[in-house]
Design a protein around this ligand. Structure first.
Ligand SMILES: [Zn+2]
Length: 148
């Protein structure tokens, strides 16, 4: 399981897993002692608090897979920075995303070959939870801007 997580991010450390109602739930955290402030870019090792963040990842052996990350809220010690605290970010996730980048890619691969309704059905068979509106939203994000 550690190897699977390393593929996602070399700093991720496996904490455990269980299958809950058919969903593969993996808990993990970053082993990197420092986090970079997203406002000023300065690194900090000073932890304010921790919280859980759940995101969907690629299915494992036909099970919908949820990654439960123990994420840190850090103090920014840079006196020039306008922010006292910031949340840890992960290389494989957008800031407020509920799905990993590689899962979004997989959803788009299916969606680009078919309609969003058919894509949602196909994804469901592959144990990927993505509604028709999620598929549309992802498609919109990659669509080239329309010239007026
Ligand atoms: Zn900062």
């Amino acid at each position: 399981m550690q190897e699977l997580l390393t593929l996602l991010d070399k700093d991720l450390i496996y904490d455990g897993h269980e299958i809950i109602d058919g969903t593969f739930v993996i808990t993990a955290h970053s082993g990197n002692p420092v986090c970079k402030c997203r406002y000023c870019g300065k690194e900090s090792a000073s932890v304010h608090s921790v919280y859980r963040r759940s995101v969907q990842d690629l299915p494992i052996q036909g099970h919908t897979t949820t990654l439960v990350l123990t994420a840190r809220k850090m103090f920014c010690k840079n006196p020039q920075c306008g922010h006292k605290t910031f949340s840890e970010t992960f290389s494989f996730l957008d800031r407020n995303a509920k799905k990993t980048d590689r899962l979004k890619e997989q959803i788009l691969n299916v969606a680009l070959e078919t309609s969003s309704v058919a894509a949602a059905d196909t994804l469901k068979r592959e144990a990927i939870q993505a509604s028709k509106s999620t598929v549309c939203l992802l498609l919109k994000k990659i669509a080239p801007p329309v010239d007026n």
